[in-house]
Design a protein around this ligand. Sequence first.
Ligand SMILES: Nc1ncnc2c1ncn2[C@@H]1O[C@H](COP(=O)(O)OP(=O)(O)OP(=O)(O)O)[C@@H](O)[C@H]1O
Ligand SMILES: [Mg+2]
Length: 378
Amino acid sequence: MARVELKDAYKQYGKGQAPAVDGVDLTIDEGELVVLLGPSGCGKTTALRMIAGLEALTAGELWFGDRLVNGDPPDRRNVGMVFQNYALYPHMTVEQNLVFGLKAARAPKDEIRRRVAEIAGLLGLDPYLGRRPKELSGGQRQRVALGRALMRRPSVFLMDEPLSNLDANLREQMRIELARLHAQLGITTVYVTHDQNEALTLADRVVVMDGGKIRQCGTPGEVYGQPADAFVAGFIGSPGMNLWTAGWDDDGESVWLGERALRLPRSFLPVLEELGPSVTVGIRPEQLGLSHTGADVEVTCQVELLEQLGSHAQLHAEVALSEQAAGRLVARLDAALEVARGEQLVLTAPSGAVHLFEAGTGRRVDVARRSPATAFVR
Ligand SMILES: Nc1ncnc2c1ncn2[C@@H]1O[C@H](COP(=O)(O)OP(=O)(O)OP(=O)(O)O)[C@@H](O)[C@H]1O
Ligand SMILES: [Mg+2]
């Protein structure tokens, strides 16, 4: 096992090209599972390939424990990797795929046999050892790829969207298996995905990236409950947080955002005054309701569409942010709700559900402490 540390790491692929990884500082503790999460092109794979030794750092340092490994080739880093396309050898059996790396490294036969038995047992591959990859299901193939990466007892385990080729049910099943495997083996793991369900359920800590930079690094609870900025707030959650940027005014009884779209209690006044004439207000879709008792926040919206999802319904609506501009609203509501397109609806939320962000920078302001929130970057 090893602690992995990136210090002010940069990767620029070509002259004049924006850096793919842009000054990343990140420590992954021994035995920890850290998920890199972010939109396409934000630098997740590049960061992972840098740790694996498949891409050289343009600048910065990479440490495994107390060893600087910038110059070490991949085979000296003892990392196991699993990619989205499992890249199994099609002409080899499962067993041959598993042992290939160890054989190439001239490991003793007894050792190889012992490892195959152990890994096959761990991943339930015993019945398939004699089959070729094309005779396996997607989930079984993925397990072989995992097994192959584990054969050499890696001290760091790197996974790049390993489940994205699987259908939804299988993905969920494999996600649980991965969590179990990690709990059992405790290998320091960096896991890349753009699926936030995977991120929030698997991660000890989630690293939210955008444009090569870390926006926030925190536990699943932190990135969901105390997003560092509006980007993280909008990215985390399914769907993400509703965000409305508009001017506000105070009529002596309540504070209003936009064209009387959102009513807030006057207790928000001091923070709003600090933030200036225009702010970004955020409320999660699952925290909006029709009849919250004790709710002191109201959002007035125009119904566009109600999606029935079985267990609940998802409302899509517009809120009037200014005379010219409407903002979008999504709310998770009771499946029994009946509304018509164009209807005006007043949704409520408790004031604790309201997040405030600086309109310019997007930084979240802690309403309780009235100071800019700091990102949990370790
Ligand atoms: N070999 C390469 N040469 C030049 N540019 C590259 C190369 N690989 C990646 N990039 C660029 O670097 C940036 C980051 O790419 P990267 O593959 O790390 O993103 P990602 O977060 O893994 O995205 P995705 O979710 O789509 O896999 C992108 O702008 C991409 O176009
Ligand atoms: Mg990628």
